[in-house]
Design a protein around this ligand. Structure first.
Ligand code: NDP
Length: 288
């Protein structure tokens, strides 16, 4: 039986719609959420992501402040821009689009963002709070994956979740979030000896590798929920995930499409974090 599609586009639209109403209420109290988006250089994919983020902000009433700066920008210049944004009261959240051009130190730049404005949730404060199960900004892509599971009533508690990929921005935080929801979690990576065997144990299979269709249909357990986070461009220019969607959907009970799954959810959770940042900076207590 073919799997039910997890419609990330629809879940994201619902989240944005609720935020739009919340922002209208905040504005009535004089709180105007604002996001600074920093794009260094001309990477076409980064330009596209930044445009989508700016559009999402505009549509729901978040002010977006764009800083599009050349790839000749020095580390010192970039750090001084971050300092300026850290001290700008109109800016509640700061997003630096990654990857940065070669020669710039990403870690130093990300660590320079004030924890209360780190709406991407990539800094040590946010990641430390995630490990400690304390309220903090949750990285947007893994948060979006969790929200999709929730929207479709897929409860990780007591289930076996397998996360393929251990990056700081996707795999590791996603594993922690699944653990927080009482899943038994296995994390796989490039040195995992038998990936197929591990994947076949997954009631919830989350994949963030960055290799087109690497997870084939025979690696998916019957009845599993499959969350495909990968974004890959084929030689023909088609966007595909890390999972062979057509084959996997024959075995899975639920599956996210690419595009239309994790991508729109990432942007929805970014605007969510920006609204939380604005509330927090206005002294409103929040449970992130
Ligand atoms: P990284 O390159 O940082 O991490 C990839 C992970 O995959 C690594 O942990 C790596 O293992 C693992 N891996 C690589 N090859 C294999 C293999 N053969 N078998 C098992 N594991 C393997 O990527 P990201 O986490 O940043 O991104 C992953 C994908 O998600 C990309 O396609 C990216 O474009 C997409 N993405 C999508 C987003 C969205 O909004 N939808 C947002 C962010 C990312 P090891 O650690 O051993 O090297």
């Amino acid at each position: 039986m073919a799997a039910e599609l997890i419609d990330g586009k629809k879940v994201a639209a619902d989240i944005r719609e609720n935020l739009k109403k919340e922002i209208a209420g905040l504005k009535a109290k004089g709180i105007n959420p604002g996001l600074a988006v920093v794009l260094v250089g001309e990477n076409p994919a980064s330009k596209k992501y930044v445009a989508s983020k700016e559009k999402a902000c505009e549509e729901i009433g978040i002010a977006s402040f764009a800083y599009k700066i050349p790839d000749t920008t020095t580390q010192e210049e970039l750090l001084s821009l971050i300092d300026r944004l850290n001290n700008d009261a109109n800016v509640n959240g700061i997003l630096v689009q990654l990857p940065l051009p070669k020669g710039l130190n990403e870690k130093e730049v990300m660590n320079r963002i004030k924890p209360e404005k780190d709406v991407d949730g990539f800094g040590p404060d946010a990641l430390g709070k995630l490990v400690l199960d304390e309220p903090g900004f949750i990285p947007c892509t893994p948060h979006g994956a969790m929200k999709m599971l929730e929207a479709y009533g897929i409860n990780p508690s007591g289930r076996h979740a397998v996360v393929v990929g251990r990056s700081v921005i996707v795999g590791k935080p996603l594993a922690l979030l699944l653990l927080r929801k009482n899943a038994t979690v296995t994390i796989c990576h490039s040195k995992t000896p038998n990936l197929k065997e591990e994947c076949l144990k997954a009631d919830i299979l989350c994949v963030a590798i960055g290799r087109a269709k690497m997870i084939t249909g025979d690696m998916v357990k019957e009845g599993a929920a499959v969350i495909d986070i990968g974004i890959n461009v084929t030689p023909e220019g088609k966007i595909v995930g890390d999972v062979d969607f057509d084959a996997a959907k024959q075995r899975a009970a639920y599956i996210t499409p690419v595009p239309g799954g994790a991508g729109p959810m990432t942007i929805a959770m970014l605007v969510y974090n920006t609204v939380q940042a604005a509330k927090m900076q206005a002294g409103i207590k929040i449970g992130l």
